[in-house]
Ligand binder design. Structure first.
Ligand SMILES: [Zn+2]
Length: 375
């Protein structure tokens, strides 16, 4: 893209429009056509890169989480949310952003997935919990997701790819159109998953976090291996994932890292996990899906400037993002047999309300001691 075209596109973003081809011509409402170009060039020259404060990041995470919850629904079970929050909070204390107010959301879907939204909104599906057999596995997955937030992977991708730019004098939070654009772009990225480098970084950070909290570092690896095994028999994209060489490479890298860092924490806590989580895993062929193409998360039209480099990494990247969105959701049976992206297109629950859980320091401490975890 030429520099001028880039500026025009950026100006179109600035004006709240979609990244339309240059021939379609960006439009700034309320300005006569003859003066549009001058105005666009003037505003483009005042563009600045997006800076997001922590307060804005948390607000952004809340709005993106609302989209994720809207798509998959929320398990309305306070006890399950409390358990996941206790494990997650112990991990956050060992992270690089221990004071960020993290929230843990259990999504009401059989699909196996996890999504980290900026500002500390961690989502994990009922299907993922059903497939796990121990608290160490849960800790491994949560620590990986927490790291995406602490390392600001999504925010950095938006900034690096200049997906949203604003005028020098403008405030992102005070311009509803720009803010909506930012929520669209972020939701798309959160759903599409991260690039290989970010996934490797979160794998590494997650291992360190889990070990520091006292969990056996093999948890993430064991879960990924089981997931890979589960998806092996399916046709289409899950099958592609299961035999993906990058998965093998990822598992080997996790092994190497555990050895090299001499991680020696031992808590697995299978019994405590089973006492708290009683979901059963569904075979990938039994998962009801929303028709491919209708399961998209964002209602916006934003396309990331750069296709996320995700090939078999991450939990949310087991399957390719769906195509264009349709408003009506057609629920069908066994999508895996037709090569549908089962996890991502899995049918969700109808209740979208967040289940708010507050754990006291005393409760957290008792939970930690009971599990012989580290302080
Ligand atoms: Zn990830």
């Amino acid at each position: 893209m030429s520099r001028t075209a880039a500026i025009l596109t950026a100006a179109a973003v600035l004006a709240g429009g979609s990244c339309a081809p240059a021939s379609a011509g960006p439009q700034i409402p309320g300005i006569p056509k003859s003066k549009q170009l001058t105005e666009i060039m003037k505003r483009a020259s005042q563009l600045r890169d997006l800076v997001i404060t922590e307060e804005e990041e948390i607000k952004l995470g809340a709005d993106v989480s609302e989209r994720v919850r809207g798509r998959y629904g929320v398990v309305q079970d306070a006890a399950v949310h409390r358990y996941v929050t206790l494990v997650g909070t112990l991990l956050v204390k060992k992270s690089t952003r221990p004071n960020l107010p993290f929230r843990f959301v259990v999504l009401d879907t059989d699909g196996v997935n996890a999504f980290a939204a900026p500002g500390g909104y961690i989502h994990i599906t009922r299907g993922a919990l059903g497939l796990m057999v121990s608290e160490a596995e849960l800790a491994g997955v949560l620590a990986h997701e927490i790291s995406h937030v602490t390392e600001k992977h999504t925010i950095s991708a938006i900034q690096k790819n200049k997906l949203v730019q604003i005028g020098a004098e403008e405030s992102i939070t005070k311009n509803p159109e720009l803010w909506g654009k930012l929520v669209d772009v972020t939701s798309d990225l959160v759903m599409a998953g991260f690039g290989r480098g970010e996934e490797m970084e979160s794998d590494r950070d997650g291992l360190a976090m889990a070990d520091a909290a006292g969990y056996a570092a093999g948890g993430l690896r064991e879960f990924l291996e089981r997931l890979s095994e589960r998806n092996k028999t399916t046709s289409g994209k899950q099958g592609l994932f299961a035999s993906h060489p990058e998965m093998k490479e990822r598992l080997a890298t996790l092994d190497k890292e555990i050895k090299a860092r001499k991680y020696a924490s031992t808590a697995v806590l299978g019994d405590r996990y089973k006492a708290n989580i009683s979901y059963t895993a569904r075979a990938v062929t039994e998962i009801a899906t929303v028709e491919a193409g209708s399961a998209g998360l964002a209602v916006g039209t934003t396309k990331p400037a750069e296709e996320p480099k995700k090939k078999g990494f991450g939990l949310s990247t087991l399957i390719k993002p769906g195509g264009t969105e349709k408003k009506s959701a057609e629920v069908t049976g066994s999508g895996a047999s037709r090569g549908v992206d089962t996890e991502r297109n899995a049918k969700g629950g109808s209740v979208k309300t967040m289940v708010a859980v507050k754990v006291s320091p005393a409760e957290l401490d008792a939970f930690r001691k009971e599990g012989n975890l580290k302080s």
